[in-house]
Design a protein around this ligand. Structure first.
Ligand code: AMP
Length: 383
C-alpha cells in the first residue's frame, strides 16, 4: 500500500509533457535494455556490520547485475560505502572502523560487484559530499525531513518521537541524513539509483531538492534521478513477516547475514515463522502466506528465476520441513562461492585499498566538477 502511494505520487512529466516513471522496477533477470548507452548509476550501502540477505537482494544483486550487463565505457557505474551515513549511529572507532569498512568492501566484491566494471569508493574519501549537503540543507524544509519514515523509526525510542525536538537525544546527523543522501546522488548527476524499497521516500525527497535547487538558482545543474527497484525490493524479517529484514532488529533469528555459517542458515530457516496451512501447495501469496512468500521471493532472487518458475520447482514438496530443507539447500549452495571469494579477498588488503583508491579518484573528479557548477550558480568563488 505504502509503495503504491509513492509510485502514484512520483510519476511526473518530462519537458515535452510525456509521462515517465521515476521508479523503475526491474525483472529478476536484469536485461541489458535497462541501461542506456550513456548513463550514470550510483548507490551506496552502509558499512555498519555485516550485510544481510535484504541488503543483497534489495541492492547488491542489482549492482552485480548492472556490472554484468554493462557494455559501454559511457555507462558509469559508481557504488560504495556510506561511512558518513553509518556514523549517525554509534560505530567502532579508528582502525576498527576502517577494518569494518574494508570488510564490507570485500563482501561487495565477493557477492558480484565487479571492480573491473564499476568503481567502488568510500563516501568519506570524497569530502565534496559534506560540502554539498550543507548547501542543500539550506533549501530543505525541516517539515519534509520530519516526515521521513526512517527518521520516525530510528527516533522511535524517544518520547514524542519525530516532531518534538525539545527533549530529543537523537543527533542532528540522524535527522538530516536524507540531505546528505540527496547530496550523494546529485553530486554525480546520477540517472539511476538502485536501492531497496525503504529508500524510495528518501529518493523522492532527493528529486524535490534537485528540482527546488534548479528552480531557485535558475539552472539545470542537477539531473533528476530515477529509482531502480528489483522485485526483491523488500525482504521481510524471518520472525515477523510484516517487518523488513533490518540490521537493527534485536530478535535472534530475525535476520539472515551474508556471513552466516551453513549450520546457522539451517537453524534460522528452521525456526523462521511461516504458517500452518498444510492442504495447499507452496505458492506466492503475500497476503495469506507472507512467510512462505518471503522465502519464494528470496529463492527467485538468488536463483534469478520468476516466481512461477520457483513455484514449479516447489510443486513436489509436501511438508513445511521439506520446504525449509529445500530453501536451506538452495541458500547454502548459492552462498558457497561468494563465501570463498570473500575469504580470499579479506586476506588481500592491498588489493582492497587499491580498489578504494581508484574509486575515490574517479568519484572525486566527478564530484568536484558538479560542486564547481553549484558554487558558481550560488555565487561562491572557484579559485
Ligand atoms: P543500508 O546499508 O541499511 O542503508 O541498506 C543498503 C541497501 O540495502 C539499501 O539500498 C536498502 O534499501 C537495501 N535494504 C536494506 N534492507 C532491505 C530489505 N529488508 N529488503 C530489501 N532491501 C533492503
Amino acid at each position: 500500500m505504502f509503495y503504491a502511494n509513492i509510485r502514484c505520487k512520483i510519476i511526473t512529466r518530462n519537458k515535452v509533457g510525456r509521462r515517465f516513471k521515476s521508479v523503475i522496477t526491474t525483472d529478476y533477470k536484469l536485461s541489458s535494455k535497462i541501461l542506456p548507452k550513456e548513463t550514470s548509476v550510483f548507490s551506496l550501502v552502509q558499512p555498519s556490520g555485516t550485510m544481510h540477505l535484504g541488503n543483497y537482494l534489495g541492492a547488491l544483486s542489482c549492482w552485480g547485475d548492472l556490472c554484468r550487463i554493462k557494455q559501454h565505457e559511457t555507462q558509469d557505474l559508481l557504488f560504495g560505502l556510506a561511512d558518513l551515513h553509518a556514523i549517525t549511529v554509534p560505530q567502532p572507532q579508528g582502525k576498527e572502523f576502517m577494518k569494518q569498512k574494508y570488510d564490507t568492501l570485500a563482501y561487495l566484491i565477493a557477492f558480484g560487484v565487479d571492480p573491473a566494471k564499476c568503481k567502488l569508493y568510500m563516501q568519506s574519501d570524497v569530502r565534496e559530499h559534506a560540502e554539498l549537503a550543507w548547501y542543500l540543507s539550506t533549501i530543505t524544509n525541516i517539515s519534509s525531513l520530519s516526515r521521513m519514515t526512517q527518521w520516525k523509526a530510528k527516533s522511535a525510542g524517544e518520547k514524542n518521537k519525530a516532531t518534538d525536538f525539545s527533549n530529543s537525544s537523537s543527533s542532528l546527523g540522524l535527522f538530516s541524513y536524507p540531505v546528505l543522501q540527496a547530496a550523494d546522488v546529485l553530486i554525480f548527476k546520477s540517472e539511476y539509483v538502485p536501492v531497496g524499497e525503504d529508500q524510495v521516500q528518501h529518493l523522492e525527497l532527493t528529486r524535490e531538492i534537485a528540482e527546488k535547487f534548479n528552480k531557485q538558482f535558475n539552472c539545470d545543474v542537477f539531473k533528476i534521478p530515477k529509482v531502480l527497484l528489483t522485485p526483491t525490493k523488500k525482504i521481510y524479517n524471518l520472525k515477523n513477516s510484516e517487518k523488513k529484514m533490518s540490521k537493527s532488529d534485536p530478535r535472534p533469528g530475525a535476520v539472515l547475514y551474508l556471513s552466516e555459517s551453513n549450520e546457522d542458515i539451517r537453524k534460522k530457516i528452521k525456526k523462521a515463522t511461516t504458517d500452518s496451512i498444510t492442504d495447499k501447495a507452496f505458492r506466492f501469496d503475500p497476503k495469506e502466506r507472507p512467510g512462505i512468500s518471503n522465502f519464494i521471493n528470496i529463492l527467485a532472487g538468488i536463483e534469478k528465476k520468476s516466481i512461477n518458475e520457483v513455484e514449479v520447482d516447489l510443486e513436489n514438496l509436501r511438508s513445511h520441513s521439506d520446504f525449509k530443507q529445500y530453501v536451506g539447500d538452495k541458500l547454502i549452495d548459492w552462498i558457497e562461492e561468494p563465501r570463498e571469494k570473500y575469504l580470499e579477498l579479506s586476506s588481500n588488503p592491498d588489493y582492497l585499498i587499491q580498489v578504494a583508491l581508484e574509486g575515490k579518484i574517479h568519484a572525486q573528479k566527478k564530484a568536484q566538477e558538479t560542486l564547481r557548477q553549484v558554487r558558481e550558480v550560488m555565487g561562491f568563488s572557484n579559485f
